[in-house]
Design a binder for this molecule. Structure first.
Ligand code: SF4
Ligand code: SF4
Length: 449
């Protein structure tokens, strides 16, 4: 980099919440036991729910497709266990609503081996064949968004991908799954990168990692293949650097335009755990049946990083890891900044679950009282995309959704929660914005009909 460059390896604003990663970052990934019954919702990804292809009473084997993709923005679901389909019907989900789901009762003495499928070789397969294979494997963004990966990877007609950025930032406090995946699945990551390069046509690959995971950066540097143009870039620790637009600015100093996508600046970004899954599954023609999840928080006894079958009931997970004094005050699925709070213990693990955080009553300080805005500007200083959360918060109270969108770029807000985190008046700004966006969208769709 030239000495006149103003690129500072980070993005503007952002916050530094306490990391709380020490409890689990040194703990290797362990296989979680199989529950006797797995509950698998069909709404595990953004897009059309998968269509169930099995019937009650049918025997299924681990890795078998039990639901097919219901369109382009959809992926199939594979059985995480060998067993018998006990029930098909509505099951609870993290969103609070119910969805169609399949309940499978495990064969008690099954070894739970997964059969090999049709291998797709990155050397001989075309970009389209790899895209299909990624969809067939049921792969979605494992960072939490659960957007079907094949859709994200499809470079639109007339656009070019120059740089592929692999997102190993993991800036949410408490989560260490990506950190462990980098330390333990380096070969899978590089294999995944080979597939991703073929699909996107990228000429350069950068793995972005925050400075609190220097050991992972060192290891990935050490085992780096010499025949692919890949580099590892370590950036300063800051939240929400894991958001793709922030990451692009941190790594390359480029800004994605408002309302635009990374491909508008010739970049595609992929989460590192998703990359490792592509490298782990495609050479064997397998689909996702399990994922790595950090289970932590002050109320958890056996904290750790676990490889957990999709569909494992949350109650089974909590029983296995143990809860201090049987005292649960709050549970989050994902990190504390963006992960939704759990309202129903009958939900199960899905492809989008990156973490489970459990707090006991003595760990939670309730700040229910909301004070008026004192115009301190802390939220404006925190917002990584230079929105005005204070103004947006006032407009949300008056339900001025159109104005929030037209004049204050509400739709650019990616709900990172930095503004709520710093607000001394405890104004739940991000909740206001989530609600405002959904009401605005509902109004728009009603106007169109
Ligand atoms: S939640 Fe939205 S408005 Fe608040 S800091 Fe994040 S991007 Fe900005
Ligand atoms: S941080 Fe809270 S109190 Fe300060 S300006 Fe923003 S909304 Fe108002």
């Amino acid at each position: 980099m030239g000495f006149l460059s103003l690129h500072t390896n980070t993005f503007k604003n952002g916050i530094h919440p306490p990391e709380n990663k020490d409890d689990t970052k040194g703990l290797p990934i362990r296989q979680f036991p199989f529950a006797t019954e797995l509950i698998i919702p069909m709404t595990q990804h953004i897009g059309a729910p998968a269509e169930i292809t099995v019937r009650e009473g049918q025997e299924v084997s681990r890795g078998q497709v039990i639901a097919k993709a219901a369109g382009y923005v959809s992926v199939p679901i594979h059985s995480p266990i060998s067993g018998i389909v006990e029930k098909i019907g509505l099951v609870p989900t993290i969103s609070g609503s119910k969805a169609q789901g399949v309940t499978i009762k495990a064969f008690p003495s099954s070894g739970q081996e997964v059969a090999e499928g049709y291998c797709v070789d990155y050397k001989t397969a075309s970009a389209d064949e790899i895209l299909h294979a990624i969809q067939d494997a049921g792969i979605v963004g494992l960072g939490g968004a659960a957007f079907p990966t094949h859709v994200k990877l499809k470079v639109p007609e007339g656009k070019v991908c120059d740089v592929l950025i692999i997102n190993g930032i993991e800036c949410e406090p408490y989560l260490t799954t990506d950190h462990r995946v980098m330390l333990e699945q380096g070969e899978d990551i590089y294999m995944g990168i080979r597939y991703l390069m073929k699909v996107t046509g990228a000429k350069e690959v950068i793995i972005g990692i925050e400075g609190n995971k220097q050991d992972a950066a060192d290891l990935l540097n050490k085992i780096k293949p010499t025949d692919i143009p890949v580099s590892v870039k370590v950036v300063p620790v800051k939240y929400p650097q894991g958001s793709e637009k922030m990451l692009i600015t941190a790594v390359l100093g480029k800004e994605v335009p408002s309302g635009g996508l990374p491909i508008d600046v010739n970049i595609v970004t992929v989460n590192i755990a998703t990359t490792a899954e592509i490298g782990r599954l495609l050479p064997h023609g397998r689909g996702i049946q399990e994922r790595v999840i950090t289970i932590t928080g002050p109320a958890v006894k056996k904290k750790g990083n676990y490889l957990i079958p999709i569909g494992t009931p949350l109650r089974f997970v909590l029983d296995h890891v143990g809860i201090v004094d049987d005292d649960i005050a709050e549970i989050y699925m994902g990190g504390p900044m963006m992960g939704p709070a759990v309202a129903d213990l009958d939900i199960s693990i899905t492809k989008g679950t990156s973490g489970i955080l459990v707090f006991g009553s003595k760990d939670v300080v309730h700040t229910d009282k909301i004070y008026p805005c004192i115009k301190c500007g802390a939220c404006v200083d925190a917002c990584p995309i230079s929105l005005n959360p204070s103004k947006l918060g006032i407009l949300a109270k008056f339900e001025s959704y159109d104005l929030m969108v037209s004049d204050f770029n509400l739709m650019d807000c990616f709900e990172c929660g930095s503004c709520s985190y710093v607000c001394p008046s405890h104004i739940p700004l991000v909740q206001y914005f989530r609600l405002s966006k959904s009401r605005y969208k509902r109004k728009q769709s009603l106007n169109q009909h």
